[in-house]
Design a protein around this ligand. Structure first.
Ligand code: NI
Length: 181
């Protein structure tokens, strides 16, 4: 098991555009080891997604794992741990909704971000197959957040109302009861 260090806001490498994963490296021992490290790291830090640039690997690669069931984001459809190689997002409907987002690279903070809620994701699987997922609601937000990391973007870049960038403790005290709308 190799838990890697997650780099944090301020590290310049979080702000770079990551390179496509070459199709020749998909299935290689090196890429499989990197994905294993990302899984170990996500489980150690705790979270629902991790992009390779967050462990200072400048590749278009991310993992997402959404626990199902009731949550503060509503009743979620679970997504078992999935690896997304060279993902692309197409927005199917511009209608947006906001959620309080957090990020392992921005520890201790939360921010309210509005994003489109109906997207399609085209990506390559670890078996080097093309795949497509259609996502709505909170899941659409999660995927946009994770894949933003591949373009050097953080959720804080999308916050329109800066009074809604808050510490976690204050989030729980003052904001958690507000409904997500
Ligand atoms: Ni993040």
């Amino acid at each position: 098991m190799a838990v890697r260090k997650i780099i944090r806001m301020g590290h310049p490498n979080l702000r770079h555009t990551a390179a496509e994963v070459p199709s020749t490296s998909i299935g290689s021992d090196e890429l499989s080891r990197l994905i294993d490290d990302m899984i170990d790291t996500l489980h150690d830090y705790g979270g629902i997604g991790l992009a390779a640039p967050q462990i200072d690997e400048p590749l278009r690669l991310a993992i997402i794992e959404i626990p199902g069931g009731p949550s503060r984001y509503g009743d979620l459809t679970p997504l078992p741990l999935t690896t997304f190689i060279n993902p692309n997002i197409e927005v199917l409907n511009q209608d947006s909704a906001g959620f309080w987002e957090g990020c392992l690279s921005v520890p201790g903070l939360r921010g309210y971000v509005e994003r489109p809620q109906h997207i399609r994701v085209d990506y390559t699987t670890v078996e080097n197959q093309s795949a497509t997922l259609e996502l709505q609601g909170f899941c659409a937000t999660v995927f946009q957040h994770e894949f933003d990391h591949l373009d050097g973007k953080l959720y804080i870049d999308h916050i329109k109302d800066r009074t809604k960038l808050v510490f976690e403790e204050e989030y729980i005290r003052y904001w958690a009861e507000e409904s997500n709308d």
